[in-house]
Design a protein around this ligand. Structure first.
Ligand SMILES: NC(=O)c1ccc[n+]([C@@H]2O[C@H](COP(=O)([O-])OP(=O)(O)OC[C@H]3O[C@@H](n4cnc5c(N)ncnc54)[C@H](O)[C@@H]3O)[C@@H](O)[C@H]2O)c1
Length: 370
């Protein structure tokens, strides 16, 4: 198969959908791989590394799309790319269709095959191509939180690990899923005193078993949250209710109960945030202050660490990309139920119910087009 990897053109996006190691695997299997010039540079992979695997470098985005039967990307196509996508072309990337109607309409019109990373789903309902980015964001939440606790950036001036003779910092994590677990591990590793709150008792049981002694698990309710916010230095928002806006577990009025310089990192900002005063920020200006409380609400946290994020993402996407290249999209999806769940729009038909429902569009069963 002929595979094209365009350079990401969305603002502040330095990830790339295929590493040189991935290109090597695909070329080894007899596929032709075109990488757009400098597509890997932002993640630390120069063109020469791709060329050494037998991949070819294309000069611009137009020629990359034109040559390829399958496009592998990271972010959803933006307007400039819509017209480059053609009938029967397979596009494997994050789409997040339900949040943007113009993209959905453009992909219906293109008659391409749109396979979305975010809806590939394993039998246990987990989303294997979203997990790596949650892992990155969870770990980063503590790195960023620790930084913004410093006084020159308006934090409390607390070192999370403390020092001998001085108490360690206190970290409270709302939600003990992928993000929360990774955040807890990082904070515990720094020596902080960590509390994870969740409403899923099975999850809390598991965390209590596997976490180190400086991590406490608590059932999440308003009473407990109100008590803890008074003396915790760093609060991480990591809740998710699938398909719904995150609940406001920390209200504006609660900020007054916190110590000045407390840092809130609301990772759930992409689902509306679980802190009432959360509004999306960017890596250019990640924080803002309300009532002396530092808010960090960057909606694409993994974007700041493209080297790690690219490796984490491609570790998860490559096995699927190989199946698609080896078998073609139809056979690959017939043979692999989780991958089939990634099909969202095929030849102008919406085959993912959530997307059809979001816009009141006609839905067609995915099996009817296979
Ligand atoms: N900002 C970013 O860059 C970025 C990156 C990755 C993920 N995210 C977001 O982070 C959030 C968490 O993702 P995840 O992968 O960890 O999800 P997850 O499903 O693995 O975990 C969510 C957890 O929240 C818990 N929860 C639900 N309601 C709760 C409540 N009232 N109190 C406490 N816990 C509650 C659930 O039981 C679950 O354990 C999502 O909104 C996701 O989109 C953001």
């Amino acid at each position: 198969m002929i595979i094209g990897v365009p350079k990401e053109i969305k603002t502040n996006e330095d990830r790339v959908a295929l590493t040189p190691a991935g290109a090597f695997e695909l070329v080894k299997r007899g596929h032709t791989v075109y990488i757009q010039k400098s597509a890997g540079e932002g993640s630390g992979f120069p063109d020469a590394e791709y060329q050494s695997t037998g991949a070819k470098i294309t000069k611009d985005i137009e020629s990359t799309y034109k040559k390829a039967e399958m496009i592998i990307k990271v972010k959803e196509p933006i307007k400039k790319e819509y017209k480059l996508i053609r009938e029967n072309q397979l596009v494997f990337t994050y789409f997040h269709f339900a949040s943007y109607k113009p993209l959905t309409q453009a992909m219906i019109k293109s008659k391409a095959i749109c396979l979305a990373y975010e809806t590939v789903q394993l039998p246990d309902r987990s989303l294997p191509l979203l997990v790596p980015m949650s892992e990155v964001a969870g770990r980063m939440a503590i790195q960023q939180g620790a930084k913004y606790l410093e006084k020159p950036v308006k934090g409390r001036g607390v070192l999370l690990g403390g020092v001998p003779g001085v108490p360690q910092g206190k970290v409270m994590i709302l939600g003990g899923g992928i993000v929360g677990t990774q955040a807890a591990k990082m904070a515990a590793g720094l020596g902080a005193q960590v509390t994870i709150l969740d409403i899923d008792l099975a999850r809390l049981r598991h965390l209590a078993d596997v976490m180190p002694a400086n991590v406490t698990t608590l059932y999440s309710n308003e009473f407990t949250i109100r008590r803890l916010i008074k003396d915790h230095d760093l609060i991480v928002g990591a809740v998710l209710i699938p398909g719904a806006k995150a609940p406001n577990l920390i209200t504006r009025e609660m900020l007054k109960e916190m110590q000045p310089g407390t840092v809130l990192v609301d990772v759930a900002v992409d689902q509306g945030g679980c802190i009432e005063t959360c509004k999306p920020t960017t890596h250019t200006k990640p924080t803002y202050i309300i009532d002396d409380i530092v808010h960090y609400c960057v909606a694409n946290m993994p974007g700041a660490v493209p080297y790690t994020s690219t490796l984490a993402l491609t570790n998860a996407t490559l096995p699927y990309a190989i199946q698609l290249a080896d078998k073609g999209w139809k056979k690959a999806c017939e043979d692999n139920e989780p991958l089939k769940k990634g099909l969202n729009i095929v030849h102008g038909k919406v085959v993912y119910k959530g997307v059809a429902d979001a816009f009141g569009m006609k839905y067609q069963e995915v099996d009817s087009i296979l």
